[in-house]
Design a binder for this molecule. Sequence first.
Ligand code: GTB
Length: 214
Amino acid sequence: MAIIITAFERSPDGGKGLARDTRVRWALEEVGQPYEVRLVSFRAMKEPAHLGIHPFGQIPTYEEGDLALFETGAIVLHIAERHVGLLPDDANARARAITWMFAALNTVEPPILELVTAKFLEGDKPWSKKRLPLVQDRIRNRLGQLSARLGDADWLDGAFSAGDLMMVSVLLRLRSSGILDEFPKLAGYVARGEARPAYKRAFAAQLAINAGMS
Ligand code: GTB
């Protein structure tokens, strides 16, 4: 059954791979599943046809026959559970890999998104300059804890898993801030993720659509 995902018709990042379809593309590339992409405009995202698949009017979505999913956590987990390559066979190791997916989305990503909000949506507010260092320090706190757990390992828990895919995807959003480079072990971790052939294919596919559009 064909897999169809949605992505921005024009990603505001101009192809830096920061829009969340990249993590879904990456997961599909890791498990060797071909997929098609339906590009949607900002306007189309808020129209009934798309809202029927994504109640919040966002990308990405995932369709496979009768199944329609939204939320990258759910989509990547679905892909990882149905195909070999992103979750270990051992039940406990599998549960730990899924735990890292949740940690990426629920514990590490929120302060990073706060920074995006503070810089780009609230940058012109009179209190913005005072708030920014607080937000940045919250991120540093999380990254310090994550870096301590990673230590000198290549991946968070044994072999590369969906947990690493999600964590690297979340950390990539920080690159332009310079904060990631304050944590060399995490910078190396992200670089290892980006060096994976599946990530490179996913990145190239989104770039082919968005290059020169920003
Ligand atoms: N929790 C949802 C998930 O994980 O699937 C969040 C989905 C989401 O935020 N989608 C964004 C969207 O559709 C695109 S990825 N936004 C349009 C809208 O809400 O109207 C977020 C994103 C957007 C742009 C950049 N960028 O330009 O760098 C990076 C990431």
